[in-house]
Design a protein around this ligand. Structure first.
Ligand code: NAD
Length: 354
């Protein structure tokens, strides 16, 4: 298992170090891994004048999986757009062809009180959001700001999905649904947007290949509402890039802390980019207080989806559950009566419980 490790910026190096610790602990039990580190984001800009240095992209391409921390920082906000850390992220996703973003929103019983919603609304919550990642209005051409006929500035972005792009993400959604409760809700805005009318048509047509999956459709505005009204009605949700961006952040807050949520982005051959759902949290960087669990759980997803190592994935996930049951908390999930520990101590606690 060749894994490229890209810590990035802010809390990235601290949280990635904990996930590496966990992987190395599994390796002492016989799992063969090869880890190699490189720069991305602001760290890439500082080291090589590019948020995605050529050496980093080469390493990512030569690896089976990439474990990434986070990118971004205030000190880079004034750089020209192509040099900003976030461009490194967009480019590596595009370069690796990872079009399927999996974001689970799972509520651990011990953290039910961390959610802003009532415990009875969220307890037992286990949603998997499958978001298309390389198409849609974020990448569609034409785009830009131009002067229109009336001589005023006009911003343009283009929502675009080809049939093959929809088919390949729908396939990922159906296959994940088959491994879970066989229920999938496709989210679109087919009443207004032709692009998503095509999306609905193709997802519906592909249901013939997966007749065991119970498919439903929902407009994105309703889905946003239902996620806070009755989130447990959902199991797998599949949607396009922009809707998925928004809904997955919304779903993440159902669970209380963004510091708990992993993500996986896969290509057609299950090669993947694994990263926590949160950003680089510059406000708490360097203090050893960040929650590393989202990154550690991303490493578990890596074992499951890229390396087909269900045993290793489950060991990590169970260790995280045990640590929470033992009452250990980083500051973001701390509540009275639990024990506040540092980022590195949380990594150690997970290793101990493997
Ligand atoms: P953020 O996710 O970094 O932080 C939001 C809030 O959540 C902050 O208060 C932060 O302290 C807290 N937080 C986040 N992760 C945490 C963790 N693991 N443990 C404890 N607390 C945590 O989002 P932001 O503040 O909007 O953005 C900060 C920077 O991160 C920006 O430069 C942004 O562009 C970048 N960003 C990067 C990614 C990524 O790398 N995938 C994603 C989002 C934002």
């Amino acid at each position: 298992m060749k894994i490229a490790v890209l810590p990035g910026d802010g809390i990235g190096p601290e949280i990635v170090a904990q996930a590496v610790k966990v992987l190395k602990a599994l390796a002492t039990d016989g799992m063969k891994i090869e880890l190699e580190q490189a720069h991305i984001g602001g760290a890439g800009y500082d080291a090589a004048g590019d948020p995605l240095p050529e050496a980093t992209m080469k390493l990512a391409q030569a690896s089976d999986a990439v474990l990434l921390g986070a990118v971004g920082g205030w000190e880079y906000d004034k750089l020209p757009r192509p040099m900003r850390p976030e461009q490194g992220l967009l480019r590596i996703r595009k370069g690796m062809g990872v079009f399927a973003n999996l974001r689970p929103a799972l509520l651990y019983p011990e953290l039910a009180s961390a959610s802003t919603l009532k415990p009875e609304v969220v307890s037992g919550l286990d949603i998997m959001i499958v978001r298309e990642l390389t198409g849609d209005i974020y990448f569609g051409q034409p785009r830009g700001v131009q002067i229109n006929d009336k001589g005023e500035r006009e911003g343009i972005n283009t929502m675009r999905y080809s049939e093959s792009e929809i088919r390949r993400i729908a396939k990922v959604g159906y296959e994940i649904a088959m491994k879970r409760s066989r229920k999938m809700c496709s989210v679109d805005k087919a009443n207004v947007l032709e692009t998503t009318e095509l999306w609905r048509e193709i997802v519906t047509e592909m249901n013939k290949e997966y007749p065991e999956v119970e498919l439903s459709h929902m407009y994105v505005d309703n889905a946003a509402m239902q996620l806070v009204r009755a989130p447990k009605q959902f199991d797998v949700m599949i949607t396009g890039n922009i809707f998925g961006d928004i809904l997955s952040d919304e779903a993440s807050m159902l669970t209380g802390s963004i510091g708990m949520l992993p993500s996986a982005s896969l290509d057609a051959n299950k090669k993947g980019l694994y990263e926590p759902s949160h950003g680089s949290a510059p406000d708490i960087a360097g203090k050893d207080i960040a929650n590393p669990l989202a990154t550690i759980l991303s490493a578990a997803m890596m074992l499951r989806y890229t390396f087909n190592n269900e045993d290793g994935a489950t060991r990590i996930e169970n260790a995280v559950k045990k640590v929470l049951a033992q009452g250990y908390r980083t500051v973001d999930i701390y509540t009275e009566g639990t024990q506040k520990i540092s980022c590195s101590a949380m990594g150690d606690a997970v290793v101990k419980n493997l």
